[in-house]
Design a protein. Sequence first.
Lengths: 419, 419, 341, 341
Amino acid sequence: MSKPMPATPMLDQLESGPWPSFVTGLKRLAESEDKQYAPMMKDLLGQLERSYETRTGYWKGGTVGVLGYGAGIIARFSEIAEEFPESAEFHTLRIIPAPGTHYSAESLRQICDVWEKYGSGLIALHGQTGDIMLQGCRTENVQPCFDELNEMGFDLGGAGAGIRTSISCVGHARCEHSCYDEAKAMRLIVNNFLDDIHRPSLPYKLKFKFSGCANDCSNAVHRSDFATFGTWRDDIRVDQQAFKAYVEQNGRKWMIDNVIRLCPTDALSLNDDDSLEVDNASCVRCMHCINVLTKALNPGRDRGVTVLIGGKRTLKVGDLMGTVVVPFMPMKTDEDYEKLLGVAQRVLDFFVDNALEHERIGEMVERIGLVNFLEGIELDLDPNMISHPRANSYVRMDGWDEEVAKWRERKAAPAPAAE
Amino acid sequence: MSKPMPATPMLDQLESGPWPSFVTGLKRLAESEDKQYAPMMKDLLGQLERSYETRTGYWKGGTVGVLGYGAGIIARFSEIAEEFPESAEFHTLRIIPAPGTHYSAESLRQICDVWEKYGSGLIALHGQTGDIMLQGCRTENVQPCFDELNEMGFDLGGAGAGIRTSISCVGHARCEHSCYDEAKAMRLIVNNFLDDIHRPSLPYKLKFKFSGCANDCSNAVHRSDFATFGTWRDDIRVDQQAFKAYVEQNGRKWMIDNVIRLCPTDALSLNDDDSLEVDNASCVRCMHCINVLTKALNPGRDRGVTVLIGGKRTLKVGDLMGTVVVPFMPMKTDEDYEKLLGVAQRVLDFFVDNALEHERIGEMVERIGLVNFLEGIELDLDPNMISHPRANSYVRMDGWDEEVAKWRERKAAPAPAAE
Amino acid sequence: MPLMHPLLRRNYGQWKWHDRPRPGVLHHVARSGEEVWTVRAGTQRQLDVYSIRTLCEIADTHADGFLRFTTRSNVEFMVGSADRVAPLIESLGEHGFPVGGTGPSVTMISHTQGWLHCDIPATDASGVVKSLMDSLHHEFTHEEMPNQVKITTSCCQINCGGQGDIAINIQHTKPPTINHDLVAQVCERPAVVARCPTAAIRPAVVNGKPSLEVDEKKCVCCGACFPPCPPMRINDPVHSKLAIWVGGKHSSTRTKPSFHKLVAAGLPNNPPRWPEVTEVVHNILGAYKANARPFERMGEWIGRIGWPRFFELTGLPFTKYHVDDWRLARPSLNASTHVYF
Amino acid sequence: MPLMHPLLRRNYGQWKWHDRPRPGVLHHVARSGEEVWTVRAGTQRQLDVYSIRTLCEIADTHADGFLRFTTRSNVEFMVGSADRVAPLIESLGEHGFPVGGTGPSVTMISHTQGWLHCDIPATDASGVVKSLMDSLHHEFTHEEMPNQVKITTSCCQINCGGQGDIAINIQHTKPPTINHDLVAQVCERPAVVARCPTAAIRPAVVNGKPSLEVDEKKCVCCGACFPPCPPMRINDPVHSKLAIWVGGKHSSTRTKPSFHKLVAAGLPNNPPRWPEVTEVVHNILGAYKANARPFERMGEWIGRIGWPRFFELTGLPFTKYHVDDWRLARPSLNASTHVYF
Ligand code: SRM
Ligand code: SRM
Ligand code: SRM
Ligand code: SRM
Ligand code: SF4
Ligand code: SF4
Ligand code: SF4
Ligand code: SF4
Ligand code: SF4
Ligand code: SF4
Ligand code: SF4
Ligand code: SF4
């Protein structure tokens, strides 16, 4: 006789309503009597219902892995396994998806097939860091499950004190704003650091994220330690005909209120003939005007990236946004991409050598100071890295003349690429 | 034979040029052989020239006072008195001028007369805190000099760890922006605290400044511990005819670029008929539009003050701007002015009781927290006191429900005056 | 790029402009002249294989066998001609996947793990998200907001959800209680001491065993000690509350990125539907929708109208807890005469 | 109010509007219909009684026997009819008092004490101010700037001058040298230790006498120890340099008040005319005058065009010292993708 379905009166209330219900999904898995995971999912539902009743979680961590890997599996053991033995082990396999999280229906079905064999049938698409999360695997099944996925070409993602799985926005694949090939940059970097993903031995986690422009559809600025954004150095491209068409269609007031007035640096001006004047020297590449007037405006052609370091969430100093450390790096040739990798490599090395245990890179930069960090990663100081110079005089500056000499030397030299 | 003029080749270079020269003035005093101060000023010039040569100051402090006063005299003794004996003592008497630093020629001449008798003939109009500084008095002359000035109605200003001399902007006397009677408020407060000016016994200095509006012509926001600004609560008064005249005269673009676009909260809109629309709920009383369009715009009629606490300069945490502690207090009746005095009194008392030695009130507020300070001075919390609520979760909030109850109670009660 | 729709592959990096023909649909035009229509639909993120297979079938039938997921767990199908949009939408509707989440709508809430999987949650994420998205269905399927609204959840104060226009976070209100019998066994004491942001934890001997103790005056109830030391119980069915934060923003669009700010706290952790949370979120969204100007993100809107007015429009109480007292608190004070009435 | 011009007294609090007929002249109209013309002129602030009596005579002859001084040591004379303005201006000119300082001009520099009177100055104020005002005469007497320019000086790092559009401040570059023989005698050691912002000072016994010592690694050369303990010599003819700061603002007009920011340092303390300082100030003023928009204060202008461009336009070097590392440094970093090219 099959294991009975648990009573889940609280969870059942989450089956109604127009949004797709995860409870309905869980129940369907639990009721799939022909599947190995049905009993597990019954107990899982039982435990979850208990959590809803008691407002208490019942999972504890542990160590589970696959051969040759030190990360990628999030082990979960139930604290109330006596009552819910089938879901006593409910580990997650974090799997790295294709950049941009594109799938053929076929590939997705293959993943489902493997997961039906070894796991719970429950998959999160995707985790907040970007992994495919295959949730609910017994310890014994972890290795064979991984082996089959690995054969299909999938690999484990990050966890623990290592490089984490990375994401890039849809960008080049379907977005006209994209100023570099995010997927290419991401693949290059992630592949290079695979070892640090699989065998985490950093002071703490380190995340890369790639957004094709300032809109930051990958949430890089705050949710990654190393954030790369597309941008451009030359002028915004303006199709004045298309611009005038917008004015004609929507009126001048609309244009002033919604575009001109919202430029953060007042770099836009509406000419009397309804054409657009752009003060490109004051434009900060914020994307707003381009976002609104997609048919008339485009980023310039001299494209590249801005890199920010140090975004992270709450622990232990409060949330941090990243800080600009590379105002611009061209991103056209393969060598350009290699240079970005070079920066990443130096950042990683410096992080390994200098961070305290459990210290994110943003906290480290704050502790040692931006200037020391830049020296450590061999990048030149630039006023774009700060919102404003110091407003206090609490600093010993007896090296002023030397620093001035350095600056003049740099200014005299031909512009280096990674600046 | 009269004392020879010292050679002052460096100072002499400061006699040329179109700006009035203090050196010429000093020399003229030194050359006034009929005056008691001529020898003193010769040595003063000698010492000053020496400072120019060696780039070194030669004054040291000390204690000099007048009967019954513990402050108001800045004692200066020369470290090179052997060489320049006549200016060995060169104390300053700080004298409080009339509010707004108005003078009749007669009163000013009287001051000069007294000063010619007892002092150096050198007067600074005025010190950065607002005092008339009678600079260069021998110890023996300090008391009689003060006595004569006192007889004329003048009193000593502040120094040391006490209340300082205060200033108010020209305001009501000659400025249409003025939203309260600055001079009246200043006189009321200063007179009340005369004892703390003359017998300093606070943890550290405390300055009051009074500006009639947000333009802050008295530099109150950063240069005073207790800063009072005129403002209003109702709508900006708009003379639409006068406004249209501005548009007609200067053009729409001028109006948009110089007024509409510069409103910090986008509270202004130019209507199609060239009249002005003001979103008064979003206006922060910054004064800009009123400053530019003096003939068309005026502050509202429901006037009063905003009080900020804690401005100061560099020592020891870096400069601080004041912080809003009273968003609005009406300032119409005598009782209103008394209420402002009440706030000042509570602030002073709390400062005396709670500040560490040599701690300015802004540093104290930072140390104990704004909330505790407000409780201490019995003022209600208001969202106008912050730029934004907390962005971090590092706080223990188990008193939430009580605090909510407090707020609701206050909102239900009729608005108290000092809010 | 074999997993990418061929149309996207062909025009990779060569897009010219886009518009949105209707909520839930994007229309991108490539320099080649090719066009692609994308239909976006919401999912529960925590997907069972059946639901995934349904999506695969829809892809096969209507979208050339390809699909992708967005950074917010929405699913997207791409088609090469306008007439294929309607049948695709219909099919998604039939299978219960709401079409929307584009442009100035409320898109899918960023989803974390909660009781379903995490070892440190104080609440559930799946249930909170489901409850909210049910109630926000209209806002997901319509583009009626001033700008995009990004809501995030986090099921403990670690906050795996990011900054949000609205963020729904756990706020513990009592210091951890310590099971002293277990500390020596499972916690690396120096590491735990080091994790505390306020240095509130010190080593101690309790009942003759090495343990830890917490200075309750210093403790800010952040819960950072709990993951490395589970005997320091921070989660509490009653005292772990929900708090609402607003105005977070990642984009550097117009204004610089910003952190969300605390607006409401003390909300009960009330499964299965957390109605108190829904109420506050709707209250805030309602004020935003009615008052913000086009293109103003939540935080930009409040930046213009001012926090006093925000609290007035929403009727939310303003308390001493809103006033920052953590590091960097000084810049959060109003150091100007800019005052709203 | 007996010292106030009767016209002002009569219309006290009853002014209606004003304009500026020409540089140095304000014209205020009262609700009563009365009008007043104010003529503003520069003074040396450190005034000898002869100069003051000259001003009194001018007041008697041309301005009903009244005068006032502004917060910036300019003198103002009030007259009740337009035709009395020209003779007044002429008289001021004859006596060497430049008329100006109104509207978008460079007004008088805030003046501190320096070697003339203070006990802790590293430079002079009177000389610096005189030198600069000589060179800024045109800018004082004309209204050609985008907005008011308020320059401040300070003759030691205590900074009695306030925030300024441009501030000329002392910056010590070496820790204090200590005359150990005097410390016990003249310094209250615990008080001195407490004054140091970086806790760099500790009590020590030197040559058998109680004294103090400074940890040179921690010392930021602020000079705060010098006033309470003169044997801790911070002033140095060579190593006490001048630094230029820009963008300070007290008014809450448009933008909130702001602190000035370091732009140039290492300038020699070079009496009697400090030409290096004048050069940098003119460089900055020139860039501001040529590039800022009307009503933009110095800091607002730079806020719009960006600091990279400011350094470009002025050619001033940008160094590691510009990057803040004091408390609250974090908000000074660029936490966005906003970048200027
Ligand atoms: C699964 C996931 C939430 C989700 O449901 O999507 C998650 C889950 C956990 N996070 Fe997270 N984090 C996840 C994305 C994030 C993000 C968002 C992101 O990456 O964009 C953040 C904020 C960004 C950041 O990195 O700061 C995030 C910030 C944290 C932190 C705080 C780090 C900090 O420095 O403040 C911790 C605590 C720690 O590392 O000690 C943490 C720790 C955890 C742990 C490992 C809790 C623990 O210590 O046991 C959770 C495991 C849950 C589980 O059972 O699977 N998680 N975590 C996300 C990873 C899925 C994936 O691989 O795709
Ligand atoms: C005379 C004057 C400068 C001037 O030439 O105008 C001045 C001169 C001195 N100031 Fe000042 N301060 C003067 C206005 C200011 C201002 C401006 C203001 O009041 O608006 C400030 C900035 C605002 C503030 O209060 O923070 C100012 C901030 C200081 C400080 C720093 C206080 C701080 O907390 O950061 C000190 C140091 C101290 O108090 O220990 C100081 C200390 C001094 C001393 C007493 C130096 C000392 O310790 O011996 C100077 C005496 C000089 C002398 O020989 O006369 N002075 N001082 C100003 C007072 C004249 C007057 O009474 O009218
Ligand atoms: C599909 C997706 C990227 C992906 O790799 O998956 C995406 C796609 C687009 N984003 Fe985005 N954004 C996506 C997540 C984001 C995120 C991150 C997030 O949602 O967690 C952000 C940052 C949010 C923040 O600031 O915290 C983001 C901020 C933007 C913005 C800036 C909005 C603003 O004014 O601040 C734009 C500009 C715009 O709306 O025109 C933008 C614009 C766009 C455009 C118009 C780009 C284009 O030309 O194709 C795409 C359609 C937007 C739409 O929904 O109408 N996208 N976009 C993500 C869809 C998420 C979803 O399902 O709802
Ligand atoms: C006379 C004086 C007040 C006094 O009590 O002595 C004064 C008088 C006026 N000020 Fe002022 N301000 C005076 C010092 C200041 C100061 C303080 C200072 O100079 O140290 C400030 C704050 C500076 C700062 O932000 O650091 C100041 C910031 C303003 C502003 C705001 C300017 C801005 O855009 O930020 C205005 C508005 C305007 O210009 O229309 C203003 C406007 C005015 C008006 C137009 C007010 C009126 O309607 O009468 C007066 C004539 C201004 C003119 O020069 O054209 N006044 N004004 C001061 C003359 C100083 C001088 O001799 O140069
Ligand atoms: S971040 Fe920019 S390039 Fe990338 S998808 Fe978003 S809008 Fe497009
Ligand atoms: S991209 Fe942004 S900063 Fe640049 S012109 Fe457009 S709106 Fe202004
Ligand atoms: S602060 Fe305002 S009221 Fe006072 S003088 Fe200046 S502009 Fe007039
Ligand atoms: S006073 Fe300032 S905030 Fe108010 S409407 Fe005028 S410009 Fe805007
Ligand atoms: S927010 Fe907390 S409880 Fe939720 S997934 Fe992240 S670590 Fe786990
Ligand atoms: S909850 Fe946070 S503040 Fe309290 S003891 Fe634990 S780590 Fe420290
Ligand atoms: S700035 Fe320094 S030197 Fe100048 S007057 Fe003030 S305390 Fe004296
Ligand atoms: S100069 Fe400043 S930092 Fe250095 S020892 Fe003296 S007080 Fe401390």
